[in-house]
Design a protein around this ligand. Structure first.
Ligand SMILES: Nc1nc2c(ncn2[C@@H]2O[C@H](COP(=O)(O)OP(=O)(O)OP(=O)(O)O)[C@@H](O)[C@H]2O)c(=O)[nH]1
Ligand SMILES: [Mg+2]
Length: 475
């Protein structure tokens, strides 16, 4: 890990036009660079620049953490680049824990480009993606899992995703990891004392105590891991595919869930011939919803290609909604599709309830024991709430929602938790077999190291570089 003590700068706002655009500068030269390129409106300055002190260096007219009005001026050509507000923030109480200056320009690409170029010409280096947050980590203001939460926060698509990232940023995950590590550390200490000083008058480490303590640690890791499936869905979205034979109401369902007329709906079987994909938010769960062509035997070349795509979408889905026309008895086509979803997570919709139900749900339950069954009339908006309840239940797996918004959403964290759990399991089976303490100790130590990597203790430089390379510029 190379930590260069230089001064970095970048545009912190998203590229494009906007009301304002911000240039951020961090490092030892941040203030002196600001002083070179920014001329505050001194005449209007009051207390900070008392009496007639117009000879004062610009920086002294800019109070710490106070927005100051002025102009960005090229010191070489004296050309005015933009009219701005600037602020300087004294280390260590800043985002990076270094001296930070920020310039609020007009949100024009030209102004931002020219201001940044000027800042770079006057001593700053262009920041790498994520470098500001990386400095916050290297300066000890955030641990690694908190720094990673910043990316998730920026990229969150739903309130739930945002809440979970906020929980991680505020240190909830770090706290849990430190808690597990401290229990483990106590155990490691007991083991060491028993190995090194067996004759001393100390509490003996029995195998019973050892296995109890290891199981307790394993359970703590498992509780965190149990949120990983939900966490993945909250972060990446749930892929839901609507399938069924033609004319059962698949596109009507998509439109009803989206609350807009996205897909064409007609009484003609075979209306949808291609895959239609849309993203939506069901109670904070990001969903990638696919409406497909009705599956049936057909001579139509285009429809056949569409049906092939329907089958592909079916195998890629996390959850399938199988729609049936409840007003007619099950047909051969329904049986075939039911066969295709065997063993997969599926919700069966018995639709068109308003026309009378002629499908026996016990028959469906017999064919698809894993399925949840809902009766709906999607054209009338009937049964949608129940459907959303089932989707929500599927994602949260019946576990208490919101009580603890901390979810394992990061693959790196999940990976390390799984590895540390398996080391604890190894230690546990060694203990069960009555292996010598130092054998148990090796695996327990391994778990301690792995958990440390989640929060960035005992972590190699290349992993850190990898984490921060995924940030956007200016963050
Ligand atoms: N009575 C009643 N009609 C419905 C209901 N849902 C859909 N329909 C009607 O059923 C017909 C077919 O609906 P679509 O949503 O196009 O069906 P689809 O499954 O997408 O059909 P394909 O795209 O051809 O596979 C339309 O005339 C809808 O208005 C319902 O709950 N009740
Ligand atoms: Mg359709």
């Amino acid at each position: 890990m190379i930590f260069k003590e230089d001064t970095i700068a970048a545009t912190a706002t998203a590229p494009g036009e906007g009301g304002i655009g911000i240039i951020r500068i961090s490092g030892p030269e941040a203030f002196s660079i600001l002083e070179k390129v920014f001329i505050p409106m001194r005449k209007k300055m009051s207390t900070a620049c008392a009496a007639d002190k117009s000879d004062l260096p610009a920086a002294e007219c800019i109070e710490n953490r106070r927005m100051t009005y002025g102009h960005i001026v090229d010191p070489q050509s004296s050309k005015v680049i933009d009219e701005v507000m600037a602020v300087r923030m004294q280390a260590p109480h800043t985002y990076t824990a270094e001296n930070v200056a920020e310039i609020q320009c007009h949100g024009s690409m030209v102004s931002l480009r020219n201001t940044l170029a000027l800042v770079l010409r006057n001593g700053a280096r262009l920041a790498e993606p994520g470098e500001f947050t990386k400095r916050a980590f290297l300066n000890g203001r955030l641990d690694l899992s908190q720094a990673e939460a910043v990316i998730d926060l920026i990229k969150a698509k739903t309130d739930t995703g945002f809440d979970s990232a906020m929980a991680q940023l505020s240190g909830d995950l770090s706290l849990k990891i430190r808690e597990i590590r401290s229990v483990l550390l106590t155990l490691l200490g007991d083991i060491t004392v028993n190995i090194e000083y067996p004759d001393e008058d100390i509490e003996e480490m029995t195998y019973d105590k050892l296995t109890k303590s290891l199981s307790q640690i394993g359970d703590m890791i498992d509780i965190l891991l149990s949120t990983a499936q939900t966490g993945k869905i909250i972060k990446e979205g749930l892929r839901v595919s609507i399938i069924g034979k033609p004319n059962v109401g698949k596109s009507s369902l998509m439109n009803a869930l989206l609350r807009e007329n996205r897909a064409i709906v007609t009484e003609i079987p075979g209306t949808t011939r291609d895959i239609i994909e849309e993203t939506l938010n069901v109670r904070g769960i990001p969903i990638c919803l696919t409406d497909t062509a009705g599956i049936r035997d057909t001579e139509d070349k285009i429809e056949r290609i569409g049906i092939e795509k329907s089958r592909e979408s079916l195998s890629a889905a996390d959850l399938i909604i199988l729609v049936l026309d409840g007003s007619t008895p099950l047909s051969m086509e329904d049986y075939e599709i039911t066969e295709a979803v065997q063993g997969k997570p599926v919700i069966v919709l018995i639709n068109k309830e308003d026309l009378g139900v002629r499908i026996d749900s016990t028959k469906i339950r017999g064919m698809l024991p894993q399925a949840q069954i809902v009766t709906t009339a999607v054209a009338q908006g009937e049964g949608l709430k129940e459907l959303e309840d089932i989707i929500e239940d599927f994602v949260y797996g019946g576990t208490v929602k919101h009580a603890n918004s901390l979810l394992i959403t990061n693959v790196r964290h999940r990976d390390l938790l799984e590895k540390s759990k398996s080391s604890i399991d190894d230690a546990l089976s060694a203990a069960h077999m009555g292996e010598p303490l130092d054998i148990v100790e090796i695996d327990a130590k391994e778990a301690y190291e792995l958990l440390g990597q989640i929060i960035g203790e005992s972590v190699a430089g290349d992993i850190i570089d990898n984490v921060f390379s995924r940030f956007c510029l200016g963050k």
